[in-house]
Design a protein around this ligand. Structure first.
Ligand SMILES: Cc1ncc(COP(=O)(O)O)c(C=O)c1O
Length: 399
């Protein structure tokens, strides 16, 4: 029975997704990515392992564009997207705040001189030790999505400012985050009532529309739902004053996407429902760094197996090219011009799951030693990489 419900849910989700695809034939995001000549020059400088080349000018420009599109919304960079200290410094210089998932991320920021008050701890479940550490360093804001987490934080830092992550639609997001975090209506009621009873400062609402969200409506629905939760909080005697509209702002790969200005229009209009005194933040990760980077790796060897062409790269799922596992498609460049054929593209490890793409159309004449360039790969690549099987971590070069 449970399985049937699961199948039905999946079917409903795929019908909604198809309806979304059919009705949103927009593609308003201008072409933006790192100049390929700079990538070629970086390769000429030397290559001994995969690397990510980041152009700091693009990071600066994306931060400016984000703020111009949504003047009321202060970006708090999601450190997880790319925690390289040089990138964090760029964000700091641009006046951004930060969103963290762990105390290691917090310590990295504090070492760079980021004020603890500008850091939002948005991981819905934190250990007691982690909360105590963040509290001792001066972090004020913590997310919750359960009564348990509310009570845990209260027992360690009674004066913490909490914000409630709620469940909102992730329709049309390439990397959905719904289904794990986010309180549903009945749980919200419990949390609000408990906060009021225990005199906890439940001071705001957060949601996340899913990463690489190509559907601006998700923000409208999220903001409207948050408005309802603000009302509930006020009725319970709480003082909500923060709205956190999360991350999810998309970048160009191969599918059509709305420009940040189009999303901004939807967000700005929806925010009119909130008094000016309400502080509004977002947690963009991908949007601020993805376009700024090219991921460069190399073919270690090729093979034909069961009539299928295989190439084995020196970076695979474990080396940073992991988002392809959930269907994300990068635009790929090579230095070959042969006709495309379907290639299976594997990483270097012996693990059978280390296949980053199947039947990817790529030039037939690609060979051992050739470079493979993944466009707009500045986010969620190097951040994920591990040294599994003894292969070196990719390097990050910032220009
Ligand atoms: C709580 C939270 N905030 C922000 C982000 C950043 O999302 P994005 O990179 O899609 O903007 C994530 C990504 O997983 C997240 O979990």
């Amino acid at each position: 029975m449970q399985m049937r419900a699961g199948v039905a849910k999946k079917t409903i989700r795929s019908i909604r997704q198809q309806a979304f695809e059919a009705t949103h034939l927009f593609d308003s995001h201008p072409e933006s990515s790192l100049d390929f000549e700079k990538v070629r020059a970086a390769v000429k400088d030397g290559y001994d392992r995969p690397f990510l080349l980041i152009d700091s000018t693009i990071v600066r420009e994306k931060t400016r564009r984000f703020t111009a599109a949504m003047p009321r919304v202060l970006p708090h960079y999601a450190v997880k997207a790319n925690p390289d200290p040089r990138i964090l410094k760029l964000m700091l210089e641009q006046g951004a705040g930060f969103e963290i998932a762990s105390i290691a991320e917090l310590d990295l920021l504090l070492a760079l001189g980021v004020p603890a008050a500008d850091v939002f701890y948005s991981n819905p479940v934190k250990s007691r030790d982690q909360i105590a550490h963040a509290s001792s360093r001066g972090v004020l804001w913590y997310v919750i999505d359960s009564v348990e987490e509310l009570k845990k934080i209260q027992s360690i830092k009674a004066d913490a400012r909490l914000y409630l992550r709620i469940d909102t639609p992730n329709i049309g997001s390439d990397w959905p985050l719904a289904g794990k975090f986010g309180a549903h209506p009945s749980e919200m009621r419990d949390i609000v009532v408990t906060a009021a009873r225990l005199k906890v400062d439940l001071a705001g609402v957060a949601f996340h529309v899913g990463s690489q969200c190509r559907n601006p409506e998700n923000w409208r629905v999220g903001i409207e739902k948050s408005r309802g939760v603000f009302d509930q909080m006020q009725k319970a005697g709480l003082n909500p004053r923060l709205l956190n509209i999360g991350g999810g702002f998309p970048v160009r790969h191969v599918k059509p996407i709305p420009a940040i200005e189009v999303i901004g229009e939807v967000v700005n209009r929806a925010l009119e429902g909130f008094p000016a005194a309400v502080r509004v933040i977002a947690e963009p990760g991908r949007f601020l760094v993805s376009d700024a980077g090219y991921f460069v790796c190399r073919i270690m060897g090729t093979a034909t197996r069961a009539n299928k062409r295989w190439m084995h790269l020196d970076a695979g799922l474990f080396g940073g090219i992991i988002e392809t596992a959930e269907g994300l498609k990068y635009k790929i460049r090579t230095d070959r011009s042969g006709p495309d054929i379907p290639w299976n593209v594997a990483g270097p490890t012996c693990d059978s799951i280390d296949v980053v793409m199947r039947d990817e159309p790529l030039p037939s004449d690609l060979q051992e030693g050739d470079y493979i360039y993944l466009r707009n790969a500045g986010a969620y690549t190097t951040a994920y990489a591990s040294g599994f099987n003894g292969f070196p971590l990719p390097e990050i070069r910032v220009i």
